[in-house]
Design a protein around this ligand. Structure first.
Ligand code: TXA
Ligand code: MG
Length: 323
């Protein structure tokens, strides 16, 4: 693709045209509040196949279906437990994906052959407008994984999508630029197929906030479960450089820590987020920056405590396993 397929001014007509492109079977990368997604018509097997090709992703790895509101839930999911409805009411639109029993709308090419489907209503205004426009013309929704090559770092701005996937996209595909993702790490994934909700991937909707909102306990995910989820592959979220967590000083390595932590001697400070929210927002851009300047190592001082810090540490431990 060339730059004419990169839209930094996402006015209503740009979004409408992007919805038409999706309907025609093309791919549209779009901003969400978590990370950028690479979208296709969730009911078009050829279009979805191209997502896998462009990402270089194994085809049994399921995709999240992005819907415009809780009203679309019953189209895609059935046997929805009461607590899942409560979760949707509390946290949608927002950074949360629910895994539910699928209807026949979610075919094997979306679910990786599983009987469940992942559903999310994002809050980013461009994402929501695109999904709404697409639902109007299609009786479908938008399947979208993060807009990176398989195992690489998720993009948090349109320019990073272009760098990451531009060479694999064609003249009919599009990238919608909507600025830097406000959250910066992927959605919380919650399996809703048992008596209690189970967190499969931590994110900005935290265990604590779920328990307060629902008044029920969230169970921890079982690493031996048969459910396939993001991060179950060792190479996830890893940049080129070696990520080390809370290591002693490494001469010439990059360094990322909260602003009150001093830079160890001989290390190159890449970012100084003041809060854990800012830490999450800049995390992947910092990974990319470390690669861009050719650093061999990046040392990260992990944020402590519960809440969003848990999701950041989860990403760091995956990244530290390398590629
Ligand atoms: O924040 C996000 O969730 C972003 C934005 C674009 O929405 N999307 C995202 O998609 O991170 P992806 O494909 O990179 O990661 C979603 C993970 C996948 O690794 C997949 O294994 C898991 O969600 N998933 C999807 N459907 C599932 C299902 N039915 N059962 C279990 N896991 C599922
Ligand atoms: Mg991903």
């Amino acid at each position: 693709m060339d730059n004419s397929q990169f839209f930094s001014n996402c006015a209503a007509d740009t979004i409408r045209e992007a919805a038409v492109a999706l309907k025609a079977g093309h791919l549209v990368a779009f901003p969400t509040e978590t990370v950028y997604g690479l979208g296709a018509d969730a009911r078009n097997p050829e279009a979805v196949k191209r997502i896998y090709e462009v990402k270089g992703r194994p085809s049994d790895h399921p995709l999240i279906v992005h819907i415009s509101s809780i009203n679309e839930l019953e189209k895609w999911a059935t046997e929805i437990p009461k607590y899942a409805i409560n979760l949707a009411r509390a946290f949608w639109p927002g950074p949360m994906t629910l895994i539910l029993k699928r209807t026949e709308m979610a075919r094997d090419f979306i679910t990786g052959g599983q009987e469940t489907v992942g559903l999310r209503v994002p809050s980013d205004p461009i994402a929501l407008a695109l999904i709404q426009e697409f639902e109007k013309i299609s009786d479908s929704a938008i399947a979208a994984p993060s807009a990176n090559r398989f195992g690489q770092v998720s993009p948090t701005c349109g320019a990073d999508v272009l760098k990451e996937l531009g060479q694999y996209l064609n003249q009919n595909d599009r990238i919608l630029e909507g600025g830097i993702s406000t959250i910066g790490i992927e959605s919380t994934i919650i399996d809703c197929n048992a008596q209690q909700p189970m967190i499969l991937r931590n994110g900005a909707v935290t265990k604590e906030s779920i328990e307060i909102e629902l008044g029920v306990e969230c169970v921890e995910s079982n690493p031996n479960s048969q459910v396939k989820f993001s991060g179950s592959f060792d190479r996830h979220y890893a940049p080129e450089c070696r990520i080390t967590v809370d290591a002693k000083a490494i001469e010439g390595a990059g360094f990322l820590a909260l602003s009150h932590i001093e830079t160890p001697r001989g290390m190159v400070r890449l970012a100084s987020p003041k809060t854990v929210e800012e830490f999450a927002r800049i995390l992947y851009a910092t990974f990319r920056a470390a690669d861009q300047v050719g650093l061999a190592s990046l040392v990260v001082s992990e944020p402590e405590g519960q809440g969003l810090s848990v999701a950041i540490r989860e990403r760091l431990s995956k990244a530290a396993q390398g590629r």
